[in-house]
Design a protein around this ligand. Structure first.
Ligand SMILES: [Zn+2]
Length: 227
């Protein structure tokens, strides 16, 4: 069975998806490559067995350490096509603030950039779907726009999915599931959740905090997931 290891990196999570080979999902803010390398050693995974580095979307708390990591791990970086330009330039992708608190956070974080890119850029992009079998994992990458247009999720064949910031918890690390405070496209958000339902996703592994079960939220009009 595919093993999923969450690496909490201060603010954001990175994940190891361990099948025949290992895929790293997201890399946290700049300065966290060492934390990911430590997690690999702890899990007794050789760096050469990492087959792919998947970035869920173009926000710096998710891709900030990817270039640092790439200096130690020779695996391709993949991101959905719409968010690729932000990663390649090392700049913050768009932040569409939904409320005043988010607008305040945007003032602080909107202009963040990654100081050192070492000449790296994304190696691969995809539009709708990418099969992960060639990378040693039973699953696929699925475009799940909403939070940003280029957001994507890693969906395992057994119904677990790493979803980046598609879904958050209301108080960031705790509280009930909620729509992310930054949302580029509300309609796409609901379509993405429905798409994951169709694929039988029952457990969401978000970019911040712990696992969210599908039964914890509903898309009905009276739920806290409505805009
Ligand atoms: Zn984000």
């Amino acid at each position: 069975m595919t093993r999923l290891v969450r690496i909490p990196l201060r603010v954001a999570n990175s994940y190891l998806v361990i099948g025949e080979k290992t895929i790293i999902v997201d890399t946290g803010d700049p300065g966290y490559a060492k934390g990911i390398l430590r997690a690999l050693s702890k899990e007794k995974i050789d760096r050469r067995d990492v087959s792919l580095i998947f970035i869920t979307h173009g926000h710096i708390d998710h891709f900030g350490s990817v270039f640092e990591l790439k200096r130690s791990i020779d695996a391709p970086i993949v991101i959905q096509r719409h968010d690729e330009p932000y990663l390649n330039r090392g700049v913050q992708g768009p932040l569409y603030a939904k409320n005043r608190l988010a607008a305040f956070m945007k003032r602080i974080g909107g202009n963040f950039s990654v100081p050192k890119r070492y000449g790296f850029t994304a190696d691969l992009t995809f539009d709708h779907q990418m099969d992960l079998q060639p990378y040693g994992v039973e699953g696929e990458l699925i475009a799940t726009p909403g939070h940003t247009l280029g957001s994507a999720s890693l969906v395992l064949a057994d119904g677990r999915a790493i979803v980046g910031d598609l879904l958050v918890r209301r108080y960031f690390l705790a509280g009930p599931p909620a729509i992310p405070p930054f949302l580029q496209d509300g309609r796409a958000f609901y379509e993405s959740i429905r798409r994951l339902d169709e694929l039988g996703v029952h457990s969401y592994y978000p970019g911040h905090g712990g696992q969210i079960k599908r039964e914890e939220f509903s898309l009905k009009s009276n739920s806290n997931l409505r805009l």
